[in-house]
Design a protein around this ligand. Structure first.
Ligand SMILES: Nc1ncnc2c1ncn2[C@@H]1O[C@H](COP(=O)(O)OP(=O)(O)OP(=O)(O)O)[C@@H](O)[C@H]1O
Ligand SMILES: [Mg+2]
Length: 253
């Protein structure tokens, strides 16, 4: 089943005349991990933000189960935001430094659900435990956590609303290699257990190849090629993809 279908999405930042999205299309199936790769500045995060209506676009549609998110009244979109979540690249800036972990998670339940305070506390702890953090983290500030632990909190916050679709915008880029593997394993495990659908954004082809079912290659605001990972990695059609693969092989060697 097609969960998300994006058509002809266009975004220009007028002030600096940057065309960040030049009419892009994608189709994401329920339960899959769909990769999006491309160089820094090609428009990946802009695409993520546009899908969730965190920024306005000039043209296009974003169909979620057939409903256009971009044309939806704001109230209805807010209700749907429970089902569509995002995990950001940088766990240092995506968490408020003054807010304790307990409150970061509890706030999600206050905004989206009508729970008794006891039930809210139970769900907060349960959500933290889902990402491998326990009660000892509740009263800590983000600065009292490691980078990997902070990213776990970011994941917990996204999971709290029990979403169906999560955009992971370079979720491990800011972490060192061993922590990257832990967080990727956690994301994979959650995806399987909760039958989640991911749009997984990365500039690291190795990471994308190891976890994604399909991948789309992006360049300067356009999607140049889409296919199953095994096909794109073994027989890329587009010159740009070949160069990207060669560069990553050199980097790995
Ligand atoms: N608010 C903004 N105003 C003007 N230009 C912007 C704005 N946000 C992004 N851009 C520009 O849009 C382009 C795409 O940026 P974007 O953040 O989507 O890239 P990216 O692919 O996510 O890069 P990275 O891999 O470094 O995260 C860049 O040229 C960037 O300078
Ligand atoms: Mg980005």
């Amino acid at each position: 089943m097609e969960l998300l279908k994006v058509r002809n999405l266009k975004k220009v930042f007028p002030k600096h005349k940057v065309t960040a999205l030049d009419g892009v299309d994608i189709s994401i199936l329920k339960g899959e991990i769909c990769g999006l790769v491309g160089e820094s500045g090609c428009g990946k995060s802009t695409f993520a933000r546009a899908i969730l209506r965190l920024i306005d676009v000039q043209d296009g549609s974003v169909l979620y189960k057939g409903q256009d998110l971009l044309k939806m009244p704001y109230r209805k979109m807010r209700g749907l935001r429970k089902s569509l979540q995002i995990i950001f690249q940088d766990p240092y800036t995506s968490l408020d430094p003054r807010v304790k972990i307990r409150k970061t998670i509890e706030e999600v339940f206050i905004v989206h659900e009508n729970l008794s305070s006891k039930e809210r506390k139970r769900r907060t702890l349960e959500t933290l435990e889902m990402v491998g953090l326990g009660a000892t983290y509740l009263e800590r500030l983000p600065s009292e956590l490691s980078g990997g632990e902070r990213q776990r909190v970011g994941i917990a916050r996204a999971l709290a609303t029990e979403p169906e679709f999560i955009i992971c915008d370079e979720p491990v880029s800011s972490l060192d290699i061993s922590v990257q593997a832990q967080i990727l394993n956690l994301l994979m495990d959650l995806q399987e257990r909760k039958n989640l659908t991911y749009l997984f954004i990365s500039h690291d082809l190795g990471v994308v190849g190891s976890i994604c079912d399909r991948v789309t290659v992006m360049r300067k605001g356009r999607f140049v090629e889409t296919g199953l990972c095994e096909d794109i990695f073994t027989s890329p059609k587009h010159e740009y993809t070949k160069n990207l693969l060669n560069a990553s092989r050199l980097h790995l060697a």
